[in-house]
Design a protein around this ligand. Structure first.
Ligand SMILES: Nc1ncnc2c1ncn2[C@@H]1O[C@H](COP(=O)(O)OS(=O)(=O)O)[C@@H](OP(=O)(O)O)[C@H]1O
Ligand SMILES: Nc1ncnc2c1ncn2[C@@H]1O[C@H](COP(=O)(O)OP(=O)(O)O)[C@@H](O)[C@H]1O
Length: 202
């Protein structure tokens, strides 16, 4: 019996089927690929391309996209620092459940604060948290940078709200000779990492 946060008298309920059995069923290892980067840096594009590539190899993944989660689970949160921190904490907890289910969970969020990403990493066992960082040219398909620069959006990441780049991430995707890699090439980098580390078999 324990007391956690605001909950008292709570008990951990064991499941009859464990992570190892689920992984065997799926012939893969559960993990979290956490994609971080500025708005418009290509996070969703990489997440989608990676999910499709894994599907084509018979591997089950699920995307947790920041924008999408703010339509439901996180719709009570805004963009002030404590809301972003709570956003990342919740997504970290959900990602942990997906990884425990045996899936390759792809989280794509700006996740601007290093301490919040590190807290998610600490939730996952056995280095199952793979941080992929995007350093690509800024794009503005939604017109948000234009609005932020005009002062019409306050606290926009990279304009008047901070972004802490990772110091030691597992995968770094950069421009090559000033050219942005194709989405399939970005996904390929991540797939190669997962393959080399043994995540694509049980
Ligand atoms: N102030 C401000 N700063 C940054 N981004 C903003 C802001 N307001 C709205 N948006 C839109 O919200 C998307 C980012 O949501 P996230 O949940 O990934 O953000 S965070 O991780 O909590 O910082 C982000 O989506 P992406 O462009 O896909 O990153 C924007 O569309
Ligand atoms: N590797 C890429 N090559 C060319 N265009 C890209 C690439 N990655 C993203 N884009 C384009 O850049 C824009 C922003 O990408 P998106 O994935 O929505 O970024 P984010 O999720 O980080 O906001 C989109 O218009 C997308 O089509």
């Amino acid at each position: 019996m324990s007391t956690l946060g605001n909950s008292m008298n709570i008990f951990w309920q064991e499941s009859p089927i464990g992570k190892l059995e689920r992984q065997k069923l799926l012939n893969q290892k559960g993990c979290v690929v956490w994609i971080t980067g500025l708005s418009g840096s290509g996070k969703s594009t990489l997440a989608c391309s990676l999910s499709r590539e894994l599907y084509e190899r018979g591997k089950l993944s699920y995307i947790l996209d920041g924008d999408n989660l703010r339509h439901g689970l996180n719709k009570d949160l805004g963009f002030k620092a404590e809301d972003r921190t709570e956003n990342i904490r919740r997504v970290g907890e959900v990602a942990k459940l997906f990884a425990d289910a045996g899936l390759i969970c792809i989280a794509s969020l700006i996740s601007p604060y290093r301490k919040d990403r590190d807290a998610c990493r600490a939730m996952l066992p056995d280095s199952n948290f793979i941080e992929a960082s995007l350093f690509l040219n800024e794009r503005d398909p939604k017109g948000l940078y234009k609005l932020a620069r005009a002062g019409k959006i306050k606290g926009f990441t990279g304009i008047d709200d901070p972004y802490d780049p990772p110091l030691n991430c597992e995968i770094e995707i950069n421009q090559k000779d000033g050219v942005c890699p194709m989405p399939s090439a970005m996904a390929g980098e991540v797939v190669t990492y997962l393959e080399d580390k043994g995540y694509l078999q049980d």
